[in-house]
Write a protein that binds this ligand. Structure first.
Ligand SMILES: Nc1ncnc2c1ncn2[C@@H]1O[C@H](COP(=O)(O)OP(=O)(O)O)[C@@H](O)[C@H]1O
Ligand SMILES: Cc1ncc(C[n+]2csc(CCOP(=O)(O)OP(=O)(O)O)c2C)c(N)n1
Ligand SMILES: [Mg+2]
Ligand SMILES: [Mg+2]
Ligand SMILES: [Mg+2]
Length: 330
């Protein structure tokens, strides 16, 4: 990848000018001022989200920098997608070891450029620093919805169907594949770990009472929806969709460990939502038009007497005990 020609600026500002300024939209003012100046779309409410990625924690330190950049945008786009928001722009913080080569910046910026174009995003501004620690990359995304149009984690009611997009477990199995711990002949699983697909355009209040994206693990993230909504959920492990590649690495025989990895491993960036049964056909129609698979996996019910809202996973009719339902940093 050809890096842009050198400037006469000190290296920090040279890198910002050559690699990041070409990505700035009009509101980013060419990355030449202290702040961006953004005119919100008329009559729309802004939706804001931020997620960080740390080398060795969220991605493998030798992952290709263009894919790391695209994953950074996509994990954040996934939060906007789950809220029913349309992406608008983003702020970017890059903190990397001081010996990070210029080529890493060039490849990282190329990844940003690719997904900015794919998802209609513009760079608004950010910050670039050296760090004595692991590379830490943070994007703050700004999206918009009609006023009152953001789908919340709360809002599910008893009787709603629990529905997921796509397939669940590829990201967790893909991390194992990227580490050489499970076979992945065509690289599908590692690809799903390195480059998730944000499910934009599907979620809106007319089809989902509540929704969130699955980053930490399906069971834990569905638990957040349940607590916020004051309902419990019962899901059927066998109904949770698996890709053919996921089936190929343990979907046969005693599937307990395989199910635990898939249902609690995280890195899915799919959406789990509560859908009123009468709106399932409308959801399916919209999903079909977008090419997004949607699968009902369970149902919401009132919490039992004296019981906190929570998630029960059934496997062949019996409750499955899975341990922690997902990732926790601490
Ligand atoms: N350091 C923080 N300061 C302020 N808010 C935070 C911080 N960390 C997390 N949050 C908020 O806590 C909520 C849950 O965060 P998180 O689990 O990271 O959500 P997600 O999985 O969707 O990224 C979000 O509303 C987020 O904005
Ligand atoms: C190298 C590496 N090790 C482990 C994981 C697994 N992992 C790390 S953080 C995480 C959860 C998602 O990250 P988080 O910061 O909690 O994102 P958020 O829920 O805020 O979107 C998972 C599944 C990974 N993605 N990469
Ligand atoms: Mg977060
Ligand atoms: Mg989220
Ligand atoms: Mg998290």
């Amino acid at each position: 990848m050809a890096a842009p020609p050198a400037t006469r600026l000190p290296p920090e500002f040279d890198r910002i000018a050559r690699h990041f300024a070409p990505l700035a939209g009009p509101a980013g003012l060419g990355l030449t001022d202290d702040a961006a100046l953004l005119e919100p779309p008329a009559g729309r409410a802004l939706v804001l989200t931020v997620d960080a990625m740390v080398a060795g924690v969220h991605y493998l330190p030798d992952d290709p920098p263009d894919l790391v950049a695209r994953k950074l945008l996509r994990v954040n786009l996934s939060d906007l997608a789950a809220k029913g928001a349309v992406p608008l722009g983003y702020l970017l913080t890059v903190s990397v070891p001081v010996d990070t080569p210029d080529d890493w910046f060039a490849r990282f910026a190329a990844g940003l450029a690719a997904d900015q174009a794919a998802y209609g995003l513009a760079l608004l501004g950010g910050d670039t620093t050296g760090t004595p620690g692991a590379a830490t990359l943070t994007a703050t995304l700004i999206g918009h919805v009609a006023p009152g149009g953001m789908v919340r984690r709360g809002g599910a009611v008893a009787g709603d169907l629990i529905v997921v997009t796509g397939t669940i477990g590829d990201g967790a199995l893909g991390l194992a594949a990227a580490r050489g711990q499970v076979p992945d002949p065509d690289g599908f699983l590692a690809g799903r770990y390195r480059l998730p697909t944000p499910r934009l355009g599907l979620i809106a209040p007319d089809v989902a009472h509540a929704a969130l994206d699955v980053s930490d693990g399906l069971v834990q993230d569905l638990g957040h929806l349940c607590r916020a909504s004051g309902v419990s959920a019962e899901i059927d492990a066998g109904a949770v969709p698996a890709s053919a590649a996921a089936f190929g690495v343990g979907g046969q025989g005693d599937r307990t460990a395989w199910l635990a990895t898939r249902l609690t491993g995280g890195d899915d960036y799919e959406i789990v939502m509560a859908v009123p049964p009468g709106r399932l056909a409308a959801l399916r129609a919209r999903a079909g038009a977008l090419g997004i698979p949607v699968t009902p996996i369970g149902v919401c019910r009132p919490p039992g007497p004296g019981e906190p809202p929570g998630v029960t996973v059934l496997h062949d009719g019996a409750a499955l005990t899975l341990g922690p339902g997902g990732w926790s940093h601490f």
